[in-house]
Write a protein that binds this ligand. Structure first.
Ligand code: UN1
Length: 491
């Protein structure tokens, strides 16, 4: 049986406790491996290693850091097929989507490698003669990363690459459902020649590993992706030691379909963003806001296509929808079927846990559509994180926009319309971090800012150049070469 360890100060080491935990394939129930079950001592070892490494890494020229990231990107590309297969086994998403997840990681490596030569600051005139003003980015120090299971490669790279290129050192705590993907990423970092201590991997549960990281006095920043409830706790805990916090949290993303929309395109877009990754994306479409003029035709077509989707092991190329990540998630998602029925929504397709034949060994849920949902219902307000979508009828664009904005989250939204005026109204009035016109709610590209408004986050963005801001402090520098005391605002 494969055994996976922590990576601390350039060495693969067992947890101090000597204990391990297991991870099984959510499609088949087969054991994948055993993993170091870490505690506060391992976190402290990792933080101390990262702290020592920071002294040198911060001075390592950024373009040279970029060369390591570039090598890592190439290694990820060479190993893409293997990494994707292993990811599907570990968390269930279908193989093509696992490949897309690895591809996001590759793209992020190459993109951030380039940032090694592009860490621009400003130079400006001074208000005084013979004085030079400029600003420059500085790393924070040791940064802690707590990452989710739904994008085992992409999301860690969104955090790790900008952190490293700007000179921080990292303690990486992946979700305990996807430790192997994290080990693979770190193995390739080792092969790419990252100096020891610059990245450290600590496997184990949120408590104690994540909680210790949040409290640790030598950690400067926690970058967390996960639920809004946990994000709030991270924020409260980190505030006690004045840590920076960057949060990417929940979503309740809506697709608006106007009566002038191309319905073929809308149906494709909705199915892809509602049921891709079995609905386990923070960008997944879980609401369809349908103009009454096309509601019944849209729902009929969605239902026919959803009913024909094939559930199965994501390694099988005929599978459309893989399992959910765990039995606990399956139960959680399924509980919303009862909630929706109880609230009076019409269940038009799906609604059941799928157990026939080979599905019996995995955590499968049928793609599910509720119709005639009121936007105040719990199924239209709460993040479900599974293959469940609610259709909410509206009469006007104004109403559609109000419904789209009428949730606590603000990650992604989309509008299908052939009318330019409608599209621009949506761009102006929908208050989300990401907005699509004539596409579903998923598929963000890595060179634009990623993140959301309101309870989706705390104002930061990952990816793009905006991603650098989280991992750096600005320093403004004034050089006075006048040879005398010049007093700003006075002389
Ligand atoms: C997430 O679900 O947490 O935009 C990230 C997308 C992907 C990333 C999703 N590129 O759907």
């Amino acid at each position: 049986m494969a055994q996976f360890k922590n990576y601390i100060n350039g060495k693969w080491v067992e947890a101090r406790s000597g204990e391990e935990f297991e991870r099984k394939n959510p499609a088949t129930g087969k054991l994948i491996g055993t993993y170091a079950k870490s505690d506060a001592r391992d976190v402290d070892d990792a933080v101390q290693a990262a702290k020592a490494a920071f002294a040198k890494w911060r001075l390592y020229p950024a373009p040279k850091r970029g060369e390591i990231l570039y090598r890592l990107g190439s290694l990820l590309a060479e190993n893409k097929d293997r990494l994707a297969r292993e990811m599907t086994e570990e968390m269930g998403k279908v193989l093509t989507e696992a490949g897309g997840d690895v591809q996001e990681g590759i793209d992020m490596c190459f993109y951030m490698a380039g940032e090694g030569r592009r860490q621009w600051g400003q130079t400006t005139p001074s208000e005084l003669p013979n004085k030079w003003n400029m600003s420059t980015r500085k790393p924070l120090g040791v940064v802690g990363m707590i990452t989710p299971w739904n994008f085992p490669m992409a999301i860690p790279t969104w955090k790790i690459m900008p952190a490293l290129i700007t000179g921080n050192t990292v303690v990486f705590k992946p979700a305990s459902f996807v430790p192997r993907s994290a080990v693979r990423l770190v193995e390739l970092f080792e092969e790419a020649g990252l100096p020891e201590g610059v990245i450290n991997l600590v496997l184990g549960g949120g408590d104690p590993v994540g909680t210790t990281l949040m409290k640790h006095p030598d950690v400067a920043l926690i970058s967390f992706t996960g639920s809004t409830d946990v994000g709030r706790e991270v924020s409260i805990e980190a505030a006690k030691s004045m840590k920076h916090v960057s949060l990417e949290l929940g979503g309740k993303n809506a697709v608006i379909v106007m009566d002038d929309a191309d319905l073929d395109l809308a149906v494709d877009g909705i199915l892809w963003s509602a049921f891709g990754t079995s609905g386990q994306r923070c960008t997944a479409a879980s609401r369809v806001i349908a103009h009454r003029g096309i509601q019944s035709e849209l729902v009929e077509r969605l239902a026919a296509r959803a009913a024909a989707m094939r559930l199965g092991d994501g390694l099988d190329s005929s599978t459309d929808v893989g399992p959910l990540v765990s039995g606990g998630q399956l139960e959680r998602v399924h509980s919303y079927i009862g909630v929706g029925k109880g609230e009076g929504a019409d269940l038009v397709v799906g609604g059941a846990i799928a157990r026939e034949g080979a599905l019996e060994k995995g955590f499968y849920h049928q793609p599910t559509i509720f119709n005639n949902v009121k936007h105040t219902m719990r199924i239209a307000q709460e993040e479900i994180f599974g293959p469940v979508v609610s259709v909410i009828p509206v009469d006007t664009l104004d109403e559609a926009i109000a419904v789209s904005n009428g949730v606590q989250y603000g990650l992604s939204a989309s509008i299908f319309t052939a009318n330019l005026n409608n599209a621009f109204r949506a761009m102006q009035d929908i208050y989300t971090g990401i907005l699509y016109v004539n596409a579903g709610t998923t598929g963000a590209e890595i060179h634009l800012p990623f993140g959301g408004t309101k309870a989706t986050g705390n104002g930061h963005r990952e990816a793009g150049q905006a991603g650098l801001d989280v991992f750096t402090e600005w320093q403004s520098i004034y050089v006075d070469y006048s040879g005398k005391l010049q007093r700003a605002q006075i002389d």
